[in-house]
Design a binder for this molecule. Structure first.
Ligand code: BGC
Length: 319
């Protein structure tokens, strides 16, 4: 069964449209107001270069030079982002057709079989992703199993815009509960440092406007042309379902809270969005593992052992 579009509703005012192509969130509407960026035609997603609403994988974010070593074997993946591998490669999970396994009015389960060697990654991998509406929450649950040791980091890549007048996300207030983030080099690869946000442009511990934060003087902001950085949660609680972010628009009164079991959240302020969109038209709050973790000493592991169950959750709660 592969329908072109999947509509979810629980009769609570939240309506979600999904596409099996890329396990993509095409639309999230709360009482009729659209809250994410989308293309007019579902076929537009086949040529999308912004990962609009898509599931990013096998490994979301970057792997430096597309290289890593696992069990003494060196792997070379495609470099589809300057010198690096981004969001799973040229035909990542965002460009693969997921199967619709089970559909109900308020939930759907999608499935993807990724062959051993897909995009250069080891192991035949099975992925199940469930989308479910509960009250005014959209819950994403990821499960995966590989037949060989591999590396995995799944996330969703929605560009949120909570305004109802089409204006930029610069007027949004953002709060992030992280105390640290990962500074990067000029190619967006973490340097390995875990830097405290306190007293920097990256301090969102109290809700603040995104626009003025983008204008602050900080070499890290200049490097990435805005925010394109992973905020991190450390220690034992990092794996709990925790409240990571609160995004709100005073213009519309809408707000979004992001909860996840993932240890990181990539804040991306739509710096490179281009036609048919414009820069800063959407903001991504991508709960995920830390970028380039497979090559970085001491980062929480993104390795998935053969036969071990990968389990992560992301919850978008609207009001
Ligand atoms: C990355 C950006 C990248 C974008 C692609 C984000 O997750 O952090 O660097 O340009 O995805 O749309």
């Amino acid at each position: 069964m592969n329908k072109a579009e999947i509509h979810l509703t629980a009769g609570t005012g939240l309506e979600v449209e999904l596409l099996p192509f890329g396990a993509t969130i095409r639309s999230i509407r709360l009482f009729g107001q659209e809250l994410t960026l989308n293309y007019p035609q579902s076929t537009d997603y086949q040529t999308d270069e912004f990962y609009l609403g898509a599931t990013a994988g096998r490994v979301a974010n970057r792997i430096a030079k597309g290289r890593f070593e696992l069990n003494g074997v060196a792997y070379q993946l495609d470099c589809n982002n300057g010198p690096n591998h981004l969001h799973g490669g040229v035909t990542g999970f965002n460009r693969q057709l997921w199967q619709v396994l089970k559909q109900q009015p308020d939930s759907v389960q999608l499935y993807l079989h990724s062959a051993d060697g897909d995009q250069g990654y080891p192991g035949a991998l099975q992925v199940w992703q469930q989308f479910r509406i509960v009250d005014q929450q959209l819950e994403l649950s990821f499960l995966a199993l590989s037949n060989k040791d591999t590396v995995l980091n799944l996330t969703n890549h929605c560009y949120f815009n909570l305004n109802n007048d089409g204006t930029s996300i610069e007027n949004h207030q953002l709060q992030l509960t992280a105390t640290h983030y990962l500074p990067t080099d000029e190619h967006a690869i973490p340097t390995g440092e875990r830097r405290a946000v306190a007293g920097t442009a990256f301090d969102f511990s109290q809700a603040k406007l995104v626009g003025p934060a983008l204008k602050l003087q900080d070499p890290q902001l200049a490097l990435a042309n805005g925010f394109d950085h992973c905020f991190i949660w450390q220690g034992a609680e990092a794996a709990d379902l925790k409240r990571m972010a609160l995004l709100s628009s005073e213009q519309s009164g809408r707000q979004l809270e992001v909860f996840s079991t993932q240890p990181g959240l990539q804040l991306y302020t739509g710096n490179f969005l281009a036609a048919p969109f414009v820069s800063r038209q959407g903001i991504c709050l991508e709960a995920q593992g830390w970028p380039d973790a497979i090559n970085q000493l001491g980062f929480p592991t993104t390795q998935l052992k053969a036969g071990e169950l990968y389990q992560q959750q992301i919850v978008y709660k609207f009001s």
